[in-house]
Design a protein around this ligand. Sequence first.
Ligand SMILES: Nc1nc2c(ncn2[C@@H]2O[C@H](COP(=O)(O)OP(=O)(O)OP(=O)(O)O)[C@@H](O)[C@H]2O)c(=O)[nH]1
Ligand SMILES: [Mg+2]
Length: 152
Amino acid sequence: MMSTGVDLLQKFVQLGEDNKDVVDLFMFDSAGKEVFHQLNEASWDKVGMFVLVYDITNKTSFKNCQQWLKKIKQFSEPGKSIPGVVIGNKGDLKDRREVEANEGNAFAVKHGLVFFECSAKQYEGIDVVFKHLANEVHQLYQQSSENVQQIE
Ligand SMILES: Nc1nc2c(ncn2[C@@H]2O[C@H](COP(=O)(O)OP(=O)(O)OP(=O)(O)O)[C@@H](O)[C@H]2O)c(=O)[nH]1
Ligand SMILES: [Mg+2]
């Protein structure tokens, strides 16, 4: 079977003490090199949120975020803003850093996104990202259900 290079991941997030709701996030993980071809686009029908991850020790991976963002925009409803984050990963390798945190942040802010640095290896700064995404998705869900109630 031909591999599509896309994995499905799932993360269950409890929103917080003052909010008893839970959010179940389903995410497609695309291989980084696929930004240059279209194999992964079958799973891109409706983009509801996105996570752009680059490697802080690899400038090229940061530059490629621009390409990914372009691709995401192509699969988004015009004018609709989608929750998204930019993540600089490998925060444990600061001595090999090629991308400063303020560059990552500037890119994120420029595109209305929120920036995080993390280390997947050390599991640092990961939970806060999922919490953030879950909160954003939850807010959008509440807004859309309020709209439905108004129609009813
Ligand atoms: N030091 C360090 N290494 C990491 C970290 N995260 C991932 N790696 C390593 O980086 C390499 C690539 O990790 P992957 O998880 O395959 O990265 P990916 O973005 O999924 O790569 P593609 O799917 O090929 O685009 C592996 O050798 C990982 O062990 C991290 O936070 N710190
Ligand atoms: Mg991968």
